[in-house]
Ligand binder design. Structure first.
Ligand SMILES: Cc1cc2nc3c(=O)[nH]c(=O)nc-3n(C[C@H](O)[C@H](O)[C@H](O)COP(=O)(O)OP(=O)(O)OC[C@H]3O[C@@H](n4cnc5c(N)ncnc54)[C@H](O)[C@@H]3O)c2cc1C
Length: 387
């Protein structure tokens, strides 16, 4: 089989890249190799769907702004045969809260977000209390409330991208990449588990937590590893106001969902690796004490469901890696390492990869600093907004 462009991995990143490639180059032949059309273990379907501009790096802020606008218009823009693509966008806002020691960083990030015309408000503890009466604020320095942020249904987003891409002529191949063959400075073929193979002019590695495995097939070092985290659905047990997506410095993060809440608390020390086992005591042991401290009505919270998923964690700096290995593997593009932000950044990242392949350079948003070059140099470009 021969294509102009072969995308490896067909969840949110691969499907977004496929859609933008067909938009920029309608006559290009594009295939997506995805082993599991149910997407059982992919991170996309395990995501909590948050979309926020609360970052420090201009690239991340701008990718979120593009993603947010894109998602708002997604149902209509991604309609196929006048059938809309619902994503259940909720503009519930985001709220980052910090203790006094976190204020200098929060304020610096706030200034950066203001420079990018984000609708953000810096709130002192008394203002936080006024707006969210259930919140315990005595140990807080303040917070930033981002009014136009929110969350959506990751399943709807993935299926919408996939359906639209297929309607534009993209071919999804249900198979797994088993090996990649290189000749000179180019990947020539992807050999699939079924025994067939695909040749293409360009390849995109969009396999998320599995992306280092594919890079290893072409001897390309990639500092991206699987990091398990839990997501919980819980109800309050006591009356509490509707909350935005609340996030604190200890990586507790949750938002309203239906009559309850969805969220968790990332354990940064979690051993890296492919592990989907669920620790059913984690909520009670770790999440509940933190949530109940911040919102005393959650003292009576009840966890109904816990699931696990993998971050494709970039160990270099927590930022994505978008691009090729210049001078070594010119036609092999990676789009991975989003470290917990891949759903919101998928529209911008898919567009960026399409621009790199079709035009040979970023056109709309300059993501050069997120390229593979920094991996080669070992030069971290960290995000300071993940408080
Ligand atoms: C619990 C949790 C909560 C999250 N919350 C948010 C959030 O609120 N907001 C946000 O923006 N992000 C969030 N994320 C992160 C986000 O889900 C990911 O960054 C994003 O889904 C990554 O998409 P992806 O397409 O790169 O990877 P995946 O969705 O993991 O897809 C990778 C695909 O590659 C395929 N694949 C694997 N091996 C091969 C192979 N050999 N050949 C071909 N295909 C292969 C897999 O089958 C899979 O479908 C969360 C993640 C988790 C786990």
């Amino acid at each position: 089989m021969r294509y102009d462009i072969a995308i490896l991995g067909g969840a949110i990143m691969g499907s977004s890249a496929a859609y933008f490639l067909k938009t920029l180059a309608p006559s290009a032949s594009v295939c997506v190799v995805e082993p599991d059309s149910t997407y059982e273990f992919c991170s996309t379907l395990r995501s909590s769907g948050g979309v926020r501009v609360l970052f420090s790096c201009p690239e991340n802020i701008e990718m979120s702004k593009f993603g947010r606008t894109f998602i708002r218009r997604f149902p209509q823009d991604m309609a196929v045969s006048s059938r809309e693509a619902p994503v259940d966008w909720v503009e519930g806002g985001y709220l980052f809260i910090v203790p006094p020691r976190g204020m200098a960083l929060l304020e610096a990030n706030f200034e950066e977000q203001m420079r990018h015309q984000c609708e953000v408000e810096l709130l002192m503890p008394a203002q936080l209390k006024e707006r969210f009466p259930s919140m315990y604020v005595d140990d807080l320095g303040g917070g930033v409330h981002s009014l136009r942020d929110g969350w959506c249904d990751p399943h709807g987003l993935l299926q919408g991208f996939r359906r639209k891409a297929i309607s534009l002529g993209v071919e999804y191949i249900e198979d797994r990449v088993a090996a990649l063959s290189v000749a000179g400075k180019e990947v020539r073929e992807a050999n699939l588990e079924s025994g067939s193979s695909i040749s293409a002019d360009a390849f995109v590695n969009a396999t998320g937590a599995w992306s280092a495995q594919l890079c290893a097939m072409v001897d390309m070092p990639l500092p991206v590893v699987p990091l398990r985290r839990f997501e919980h659905y819980f109800t309050a047990g006591n009356p509490i106001e509707r909350l935005p997506y609340v996030k604190d410095v200890d990586r507790m993060a949750f938002r309203s969902e239906g009559v309850g809440f969805s969220g968790g608390l990332v354990n940064s020390d979690e051993p890296r690796g492919f592990n989907f086992e669920v620790d059913h005591d984690y909520f009670e042991r770790v999440v509940w004490p933190a949530a109940a401290h911040r919102f005393p009505p959650l003292e009576a919270a009840k966890c109904h469901r816990t699931w696990s998923g993998l971050y494709e964690q970039c160990e270099l700096d927590g930022n994505p890696i978008i691009g090729n290995w210049k001078g070594r593997l010119e036609n092999f593009f990676v789009v991975t390492g989003f470290s917990g932000h891949g759903m919101m950044h998928a529209p911008a990242a898919g567009r960026a990869i399409a621009e790199l392949i079709v035009h040979g350079a970023f056109q709309t948003l300059d993501l050069t600093r997120l390229g593979y070059d920094r991996v080669v140099r070992g030069a971290a470009y960290p995000e300071a907004g993940i408080l």
